[in-house]
Design a protein around this ligand. Structure first.
Ligand code: TYD
Length: 206
């Protein structure tokens, strides 16, 4: 089973991905939690470069950098884990590229799809939870987090970028309603955690 948790910045997906992985482990499953970009040597290098240098790169370079990080993660971690029957929980995956580089930076969606298919080797999640938040609320959470962590990711991006990203995730969910479930992430953390588990139980996964 392969589950991804997606959403715009500030939607709380890292918290939910951790909770889900812990809950599945306490139900007795083997679980690997991955966080994109990252998880391999190249992925971590690209992560710190993309997140910490604060340097502007072109959307095309960004697309290929996230693609390279994902290609390594799929080949070295995700594919072997799934082959062993381990559950993979991914904190972001290919939908992030569609939403950020496709909808956010407005690169052509067919190009995004081709890069995603190379990077993933056609391995896509069985289920995806998309944490959705009003983009203005997410923007405010993001600014607050930037201030805490001394990052400047939000300040540097206009709110319109983030609202395109959130719209992108909603469109992805509308196009693939069987794989994707939208969750209102303005709810308290424990309610979202329960909603995810209830959905997995209802769908017969746990
Ligand atoms: P993330 O690590 O989720 O941020 P954090 O854990 O600090 O909340 O994501 C890093 C940033 O990279 C985030 O702004 C989204 C962006 N991103 C893309 O633009 N495209 C992608 O394919 C991925 C995986 C992330």
């Amino acid at each position: 089973m392969f589950i991804s948790i997606e959403g715009g910045d500030g939607a709380g997906k890292t918290t939910q991905a951790r909770l889900l992985a812990d809950n599945l482990k306490s139900l007795g499953s083997d679980v690997v939690l991955v966080h994109e970009p990252g998880g391999t040597e190249l992925g971590e290098m690209l992560r710190s470069w993309l997140k910490e240098t604060g340097k502007e790169i072109s959307p095309q370079a960004e697309l290929l950098a996230f693609g390279a990080a994902r290609a390594e993660l799929v080949e070295n971690i995700i594919k072997p884990a799934l082959a062993k029957g381990t559950i993979v929980v991914a904190d972001r995956y290919s939908d992030s590229t569609t939403a950020y580089q496709g909808y956010g930076h407005e690169l052509p969606l067919d190009v995004i799809e081709r890069v995603n298919s190379i990077a993933t080797q056609g391995i896509y999640p069985d289920l995806t939870f998309i944490l959705d938040l009003d983009s203005a609320q997410a923007y405010n959470r993001g600014i607050a987090r930037d201030n805490e962590s001394n990052e400047r990711r939000f300040e540097d991006m206009h709110e319109s970028f983030h609202s395109r990203v959130f719209r992108g995730f909603r469109e992805i969910a509308a196009n693939e309603p069987i794989r994707c479930t939208i969750i209102d992430s303005s709810k308290p953390i424990d309610l979202i955690e329960k909603e995810v588990l209830d959905y997995l139980a209802y769908a017969g996964y746990i």
